[in-house]
Design a protein around this ligand. Structure first.
Ligand code: ADP
Ligand code: MG
Length: 586
């Protein structure tokens, strides 16, 4: 590669190139195109919104509404950059009641797809239509349609092959799309929503009949199932002109990710670390570290106190009164949760009594169950603490081992000492085991004495439909009773979990998170990594000397003992030479 760069002349980009580059900001992925078009339908005052998908979002999707429509002589203006009916001046942002305001969505989507807009305004006797390809109008004319608008987006990113390469899995994108519509369903209970994928109905929500909290409860029942929705705690409060409604999940509804959280600010779907933190604070020690509450929040804020113009896809907002919003959410939610008893013991330092996790199981099944659920290292026919470790294992036969802060295992090795991170080490072991099961022979299952019933969130259910064969291969024995309930009859042998339902949900969430991050490896790796991460012993879990020995031996029998599946180190090594030097012996 050459280091000196020849100076290139400055040129204006062609309008075509410029618009495709600009489109990238608004239309990051197929889901963001759907979001914009859906928001336009809601802004048009639709009472009925129908989303149709053919194959996958970037093949064809359409959104039909019964809103106010676009006049024939404005159809092409709507396709131009910075053309909007929603604001005229910057000051109008202080009075904003619509989701859109930039006038960028239609031109951006048109630039990277073949898009057809067909619309008829209320009172007009015909509709008109425009077909665009890569932003150019290629067909115009009258059309037949009831009042309202249909936008059809075909072959998204057909002319930006670079973008196509970075698309998420189509199935994942479709799941996210359904979830997006559901979430807007929570924001707009008076609107009916329907989604079909390849003519198959995936969602059909009639308009809620009630108003206010009652309407939100109706929608919540559609989203989470009636029994789960009923268990949610309702919160209604107000402070400094900010109104809050919340439906709070119980601690057992908590998830391993923020996937169960939904924030609607002035009916706009947003992500907000501030709201997440306020919620987390409200739940206090009802949840152990690493669990995120499930909750839906609706906030109404005077538009002038809310900056919606901080992100190209409008997914973040800035509150003028951050403290008010934080204390309102944290305070009102904490009050609603005050009477719930913590179902989990939070382990802090070494002070509290350990939960009898592993030991209990060992007592229950003394013959089959090995410590930590781990089998002894190869050769498997030669188990027990007095086994001579395999050649690769640096551990000596010295019996003394220490657990430090219930997080690290100190193990003497030839020529020094290794400090093993118990969670990372167990993750590495389980990851390799799981991958072997997923790629090779099917894993053994341990049948549960009593099958466990677990209710999944809609997105978890959808993903489980896809993951079923993988999980079976891993050793899960599941029957899908019907949304939202799954029966767990068996789980992979070799792990000790008292909460198979929670482990299953965490496993699904982990895969979803991995997929959303756009990790490029195959599904087997995602499943294995999530399983390992959630089934592994945690920092804070007490381990017996026996368990620690087995863990260390098994770690060094893996193909890559140095790192966990996320690339973090599993152990650090202290050489005797180094110690001698430090003590002035060298
Ligand atoms: P914005 O929503 O920011 O105004 P868009 O590019 O999304 O910008 O849309 C441009 C304009 O087209 C909107 O301001 C609106 O007047 C019109 N429009 C788009 N979709 C619809 C729809 N479904 N119903 C009625 N009008 C629409
Ligand atoms: Mg818009």
């Amino acid at each position: 590669m050459t280091t000196d760069t020849a100076r290139a002349a400055i040129r204006r980009l062609s309008p075509d190139t410029a618009s495709r580059i600009a489109a990238g900001e608004v239309v990051e992925r197929p889901l963001s195109a759907l979001k914009e078009i859906l928001e336009n339908a809601l802004d048009a005052g639709a009472r009925r919104v129908e989303v149709r998908v053919e194959r996958q979002l970037d093949h064809l999707f359409s959104v039909a509404d019964d809103g106010v429509g676009i006049a024939p002589d404005e159809l092409e203006l709507a396709l131009e950059r910075h053309a909007t009916s929603k604001i005229a001046t910057l000051e109008d942002l202080d009075r904003l009641t619509t989701l859109g305001f930039r006038g960028e969505a239609l031109p951006s989507i048109a630039a990277v797809s073949r898009m057809r807009v067909t619309s008829r305004v209320t009172g007009a006797d015909a509709a008109s239509t425009r077909l665009t390809a890569g932003g150019e109008v290629v067909e115009r004319g009258p059309a037949a349609r009831a009042p309202g608008t249909t936008v059809e987006v075909r072959d998204l990113f057909f002319n930006t092959p670079a973008r196509r390469k970075f698309l998420h899995s189509p199935a994942g994108e479709l799941r996210a799309a359904i979830r997006l519509v559901e979430t807007y369903g929570l924001g707009y209970p008076e609107v009916s929503f329907r989604i079909t994928v390849d003519e198959r109905e995936r969602l059909d929500w009639p308009a809620a009949s009630g108003r206010g909290l009652a309407a939100l409860r109706e929608r919540a029942a559609m989203m989470w199932g009636a029994s789960h929705a009923e268990q949610r705690l309702a919160v209604e409060d107000e402070k400094g002109g900010v109104r809050l409604i919340a439906l709070l999940g119980l601690p057992e509804h908590a998830r391993a990710t923020r996937e169960g959280q939904c924030f609607l600010v002035n009916r706009r779907l947003v992500q907000s670390p501030l709201l997440s933190q306020a919620l987390r604070q409200a739940y206090g020690n009802l949840l152990p570290p690493g669990r995120f509450p499930s909750a839906a929040l609706w906030l109404s804020i005077p538009p002038a106190r809310l900056d919606v113009n901080v992100h190209p896809t409008k997914r973040e907002v800035r509150f003028a009164d951050e403290d008010t919003v934080f204390s309102l959410v944290a305070g009102a939610c904490a009050q609603a949760l005050a009477h719930i008893q913590p179902p989990f013991r939070v382990v802090s330092g070494g002070a509290s009594e350990p939960e009898p996790r592993w030991t209990d199981r060992i007592r229950e099944h003394p013959s089959e169950q090995t410590y930590l659920g781990l089998e002894s290292p190869a050769p498997a026919t030669d188990p027990g603490p007095t086994t001579t470790p395999p050649a690769a294992t640096p551990v000596t036969a010295e019996p003394e081992m220490w657990q430090l802060h219930r997080t690290y295992i100190l193990a003497p090795v030839r020529g020094g000492l290794v400090i093993v991170d118990q969670h990372a080490a167990h993750e590495r072991i389980l990851f390799e085991e799981a991958l072997e099961r997923l790629r090779g022979g099917r894993g053994a299952a341990q049948q549960l004495l009593f099958p466990a019933l677990v209710d999944l969130a809609a997105d978890q259910w959808e993903l489980l439909l896809e993951l079923g064969p993988w999980l079976e291969q891993l050793g899960w024995d599941l029957s899908m009773l019907g949304p939202p309930t799954v029966v767990i009859q068996g789980m992979p042998s070799g792990i000790a979990s008292e909460r198979p339902g929670q482990l299953l949900q965490d496993l699904i969430d982990g895969v979803a998170e991995d997929t959303a991050r756009g990790a490029h490896e195959d599904m087997a790796e995602r499943v294995a990594r999530s399983f390992a991460c959630h089934a592994a012993t945690r920092a804070g879990d007490p381990l017996s000397g026996e368990e620690m020995r087995t863990l260390v031996d098994r770690l060094f029998a893996t193909t890559r003992p140095h790192g966990d599946p996320h690339g973090r180190p599993t152990f650090v090594r202290l050489d005797l030479d180094e110690l001698h030097r430090r003590f002035g012996r060298g």
